[in-house]
Design a binder for this molecule. Structure first.
Ligand code: SF4
Ligand code: SF4
Length: 199
């Protein structure tokens, strides 16, 4: 961009900034619209794009999260703030996370962990009232799920058994159909052979 382009660009940016100032001035001074609120008696209405500490989603159908301990989020996190472990659980095929610690003193809310999660089980929370007396912001993300884990495993076992039974029934039906087709072909061939012999 040339000299005059820079001048006009700067002027445009100045005008856009001034228009925001004038709009707010008109709302607060001329129209007397309050810009403060009686917090905590009144609570703010958060913007749809508001993002705060990462959390695990509780899915309605399972009443639990869907973390399979793949560690993709831990590997991609640029701030090294995720520590998790997990794996096979007795009685079900699905893997489950057993420990999931997040250090929010390090998290920059970049969202990379959300992007890579294969089960879409991470999201931004809407919390805004965090406060503490020290810098230890390590949080156990599984704390709210532990009491429901047995229930989840029992439900998952039923789902997996049903899926296995359906798969078995499908395989048997396919096998039977294949055998019937083979038999029909053999019968047709025998028919043709006997017709040839007669002619
Ligand atoms: S939002 Fe970014 S910094 Fe925070 S845990 Fe996820 S990947 Fe790490
Ligand atoms: S990427 Fe998702 S499924 Fe994998 S460990 Fe992280 S939260 Fe769990």
């Amino acid at each position: 961009m040339g000299y005059f382009g820079n001048v006009f660009g700067g002027f445009g940016s100045l005008l856009s900034g001034m228009s925001v100032t004038l709009r707010k001035f008109s709302q607060t001074v001329i129209r007397r619209k309050a810009v403060t609120m009686q917090y905590p008696k009144e609570l703010p209405e958060l913007a749809p794009a508001y993002r705060s500490a990462i959390k695990l989603i509780r899915f309605e159908e399972s009443n639990s999260h869907d973390c399979v301990a793949c560690k993709a989020c831990e590997r991609i996190c640029p701030s090294y703030c995720i520590k998790l472990s997990g794996g096979k659980v007795e009685g079900i095929k699905k893997k489950r996370v057993a420990e999931f610690e997040m250090d929010f003193a390090l998290c920059s809310l970049c969202g990379l962990c959300l992007d890579v999660c294969p089960t879409d089980t991470l999201e931004y929370s809407k919390v805004y009232e965090e406060a503490g007396y020290n810098r230890d912001w390590r949080v156990d993300l599984l704390a709210e799920f532990r009491d429901y884990e047995e229930e989840f495993v029992a439900k998952q076992r039923v789902i997996e058994e049903k899926a296995a039974a359906e798969k078995k029934a499908k395989a048997e039906a396919a096998k039977k159909a294949k055998e019937a087709k083979k038999k029909a072909e053999a019968d047709e061939k025998a028919d043709n052979d006997s017709k040839e012999e007669l002619s």
